[in-house]
Ligand binder design. Structure first.
Ligand code: GDP
Ligand code: MG
Length: 162
């Protein structure tokens, strides 16, 4: 069974997307950045293993530096284990430096990547995808993990690839 990992900086909606793709509420969704510190996994439609990750670029105080390193290491292990990466970005907040850093590492990994531009809650917001196309990923979708906009298209694309 192939493995799909949801990867991206904190608070972009990975856990919300995980729950939507899993059609279950397993991951903890929280307004506080970096709530998912370990890796959650579930099997979707008996077809692929889906990993939710949370530890890239966590911003917490220095006492927790070791925890951050451990969490980040977990994410890179999840990326290594994955056959397909769903790279999640925040279409409302726009492209950030951390998105670019993650994108570069994903390109280096040589893994197949689908870019999910999340928080595009309706058609009228689709233009917000444009600034992410420069990241160079061929396959990208505007989606709303929270409201479901376009999420079935993303779901289908993942199922076609794995
Ligand atoms: P994670 O840190 O990447 O796992 O992000 P979460 O799934 O915990 O979501 C972070 C925040 O973004 C929560 O407040 C969610 O309600 C919100 N959020 C997630 N997806 C969407 C979306 O599609 N649209 C909007 N408007 N908000 C979203
Ligand atoms: Mg999360």
């Amino acid at each position: 069974m192939e493995t799909v990992a949801l990867v991206g900086r904190p608070n972009v909606g990975k856990s919300r997307l995980f729950n939507r793709l899993a059609s279950r509420r397993l991951a903890i969704v929280h307004d506080q950045a970096g709530v998912t510190r370990d890796v959650n996994s579930t099997v979707v439609k008996n077809h692929y293993t889906l990993l939710d990750t949370g530890g890239i670029g966590l911003v917490v105080d220095m006492d927790h530096e070791k925890l951050i390193e451990a969490a980040e290491a977990q994410v890179w292990l999840a990326i290594e284990a994955a056959d397909l990466i769903c790279f999640v970005v925040d279409g409302r907040e726009g492209l950030t430096a951390l998105d670019e850093t993650i994108a570069e590492k994903l390109r280096e990994s040589g893994k197949r990547v689908i870019l999910a531009v999340n928080k595009i809650d309706h058609e009228g917001m689709e233009d917000q995808v444009d600034e992410f196309t420069g990241l160079g990923f061929e396959t990208y979708f505007p989606v709303s993990a929270e409201h479901g906009y376009n999420s079935s298209q993303l779901e289908r694309e993942i199922e076609v690839v794995v």
